[in-house]
Design a protein around this ligand. Structure first.
Ligand code: BG6
Length: 512
C-alpha cells in the first residue's frame, strides 16, 4: 500500500447517520427547487446516500397532480443538473417517493391537508421531518407557526422523531429584522432545529479552507500580521441579474453576497483554530472573528467601501437599469468592494479587501493571501516594485485549486527573476468529482449536523458589519464614477481603494 493511501484519514465514518425522513419543500414550484434541490436529492439518491425509506413532499399554491410535478422536475433535472441526463430506472425509483400538496402558505386548512399526507405512510417518514423553506423570508415565521399549530413541528425533545427547518438566505434584511425573525422562530423551535443555509459553505473548496489551515503546520505559521501584507477575497460573476431583477432590487450585492458568502469566506480564512471539530466550536470561532471586524461609522464608508452598477457592455449586454423588473433609475449596487480591518492579535493592521460584482470580466471566486515584500536589499534593492511578493491563492471556483507564487531564476545566461507557481489542482489530484453544494448541505441537515450552517449570532454579527454601509448609501444617488461597463473589472474607484496603500487588485486568471 502507498504511504499516501495509508495516511488518508477519514473523520466522519459512522458519525453521520441519516434516518428515514420526509423532506417537505415549501416553494415547490420555484426555481431553487427545480434547479438545485431536486437535482441534489436525485444525485444523493443515485449515490445511495439517502436513507431508505425516503420521501419528498412539495408544497405550493398551484393546483398540480403528483405526476405533473414529477414530469416538470425531470425536465428541470435534465436541463440544470450536473449530470444532465437522468438514468431512467434511477429516476423512476427516486420519483416514486415524490408527491405534491397544493396549498396557500397563509391558509390553515392547507396545513391540515399537508399533515394528512405526511401522516400517511411509514411512521418514521411522518415523525422525522425536514422542512425546507424555499420561500420569501417574510413568510418564514408564518410557516413555522402554522406547522407548529398542526403539530408537525415541535420543539426538540417534546415528542417522537425530529423536525428541522432549513431557511434560505437572505436571513432578514438588516440586523433588526434578522433579530426579529430569530425571535419569531425560536418561539416554536430550538435554535438547534434551525438550519440557515449559505450554499458557499457546501462547496468543497470552502470546506477545504479549514483543512488547509489547520491540518498543515507550514501554512498556519505564516498566516498572520508578521508575514501577511494584505488579503484579497473576490467573488466575481460574468452573469447579470437576468430574470432575478425583482429580487435583486431588494437585495443588491451587499445583501446578496457580501453579508453572507464573502463574510463567511473571510471568517474561515481569518478565524482562530477551534478547540474541537464540533459544530459549536467552529461556529464560536467564526462569530468571534466576525465580532472582531472593525465596524465602519457611516462617515467612514466613503473612504472604505466602493459600490458600482453595470452599464451596457459588448455583445449586447444591457445595463442593469435596463434589466427586467429593475427600476429605470435604480440605485441598487451590482458591485461592492470594501476594505476591512480585523482588530485582533493575529490580524491587527492587515487590510482585507473584499469584492463582488455581477457582469465582471471573469466568473471566479478566490482568496489571495499576499505576503509582505522582502527587505529592500539584494534582489529587491535592484528590482524595486518589479520584484513580486509571494502569494497563496485559494481558488474556490472554477478550476479549483491552490497556488503558491514565488520568484525564481529564468534559466539562461542573464540574471532574470520572475514569479513561478506551485499549483495543486483538484481535478488533477482527485478527478472531476464536484458534487453540488446543496447535496452536502441537504445531507448534513438530514443528519442534524449544523457545522455547515449559520448560527443565529453569526448572522446577526454579519448584519452588524454591513448595516452601516447600507445606511450610508441609502438615498444617495449613484454618481458617474460609480458606474462600470459590463464585462470590465468594476468601477475605477475600486482600484483607488487599494492604490492609496500601494496595493493593487490581482484579478483571477482564466486558468491557473
Ligand atoms: C447566490 C446569489 O447566493 O449566489 C446569486 O443570490 C449568485 O446572486 C450566487 O449568483 C452565486 O453562487 P455560485 O455558487 O454560482 O458562486
Amino acid at each position: 500500500m502507498e504511504l499516501d493511501e495509508l495516511l488518508a484519514c477519514r473523520l466522519d465514518s459512522g458519525h453521520r447517520k441519516v434516518e428515514p425522513c420526509t423532506v417537505v419543500i415549501f416553494g415547490a414550484s420555484g426555481d431553487l427547487t427545480a434547479r438545485k434541490l431536486i437535482p441534489a436529492l436525485y444525485h444523493l439518491h443515485s449515490g445511495k446516500q439517502l436513507p431508505v425509506p425516503f420521501r419528498v413532499l412539495g408544497f405550493a399554491r398551484r393546483e398540480k397532480a403528483d405526476e405533473v410535478w414529477r414530469t416538470e422536475l425531470k425536465i428541470a433535472l435534465e436541463n440544470y443538473s450536473r449530470t444532465k441526463r437522468a438514468e431512467a430506472a434511477t429516476w423512476e425509483a427516486f420519483a416514486a417517493g415524490i408527491a405534491y400538496c397544493q396549498g396557500d402558505i397563509s391558509d390553515p386548512a392547507a396545513y391540515l391537508r399537508l399533515k394528512k399526507r405526511i401522516d400517511a405512510g411509514d411512521l418514521r417518514l411522518s415523525e422525522n421531518l425536514l422542512f425546507y423553506l424555499a420561500v420569501s423570508p417574510s413568510q418564514f415565521a408564518e410557516v413555522v407557526e402554522r406547522l407548529h399549530e398542526v403539530g408537525l413541528l415541535r420543539k426538540d425533545g417534546s415528542g417522537p422523531g425530529w423536525q428541522r427547518v432549513v431557511v434560505e438566505k437572505p436571513f432578514g434584511k438588516d440586523f433588526d429584522s434578522a433579530r426579529q425573525l430569530n425571535a419569531a422562530l425560536i418561539q416554536f423551535i430550538h435554535e438547534r432545529q434551525v438550519f440557515r443555509i449559505d450554499h458557499y459553505l457546501g462547496k468543497e473548496t470552502v470546506q477545504n479552507i479549514l483543512m488547509f489551515r489547520f491540518s498543515n503546520s507550514v501554512f498556519e505559521q505564516i498566516w498572520n500580521r508578521q508575514l501577511v501584507d494584505h488579503v484579497q477575497i473576490t467573488v466575481s460573476e460574468t452573469l447579470g441579474v437576468g430574470s432575478r431583477g425583482g429580487f435583486y432590487e431588494e437585495a443588491g450585492a451587499l445583501r446578496d453576497i457580501v453579508q453572507n458568502h464573502l463574510l463567511q469566506v473571510l471568517a474561515l480564512v481569518a478565524m482562530e483554530p477551534p478547540v474541537s471539530l464540533e459544530a459549536e466550536a467552529i461556529r464560536d470561532e467564526k462569530v468571534k472573528l466576525l465580532k472582531s471586524v472593525r465596524l465602519l461609522l457611516p462617515s467612514q464608508v466613503a473612504a472604505n467601501v466602493v459600490r458600482g452598477q453595470y452599464t451596457e457592455g459588448p455583445n449586447g449586454m444591457v445595463a442593469y437599469r435596463q434589466e427586467p423588473k429593475v427600476r429605470p433609475g435604480s440605485n441598487v449596487e451590482t458591485y461592492v468592494a470594501l476594505r476591512l480591518f480585523i482588530d485582533n492579535w493575529r490580524w491587527a493592521g492587515v487590510p482585507f479587501y473584499l469584492r463582488s460584482g455581477k457582469r465582471l470580466a471573469l466568473g471566479a471566486s478566490e482568496v489571495r493571501v499576499q505576503f509582505r515584500p522582502t527587505p529592500n536589499v539584494l534582489f529587491a534593492a535592484q528590482c524595486g516594485p518589479k520584484l513580486d511578493a509571494n502569494a497563496i491563492t485559494l481558488r474556490l471556483q472554477p478550476n479549483e485549486g491552490i497556488t503558491l507564487r514565488f520568484n525564481g531564476k529564468v534559466p539562461g545566461p542573464t540574471t532574470e527573476i520572475r514569479p513561478v507557481r506551485m499549483h495543486f489542482s483538484y481535478n488533477t489530484e482527485f478527478g472531476a468529482y464536484t458534487p453540488e453544494a446543496y447535496e452536502r448541505l441537504l445531507l448534513e441537515a438530514m443528519a442534524g449536523d449544523a457545522t455547515l450552517f449559520i448560527r443565529r449570532d453569526e448572522v446577526e454579527a454579519a448584519w452588524t458589519i454591513v448595516d452601516p454601509i447600507r445606511e450610508a448609501w441609502d438615498d444617495h444617488p449613484f454618481s458617474e464614477t460609480e458606474f462600470y461597463p459590463a464585462g470590465s473589472w468594476g468601477p475605477v474607484a475600486a482600484d483607488q481603494l487599494l492604490s492609496v496603500r500601494d496595493h493593487a487588485w490581482r484579478n483571477p486568471q482564466p486558468v491557473e
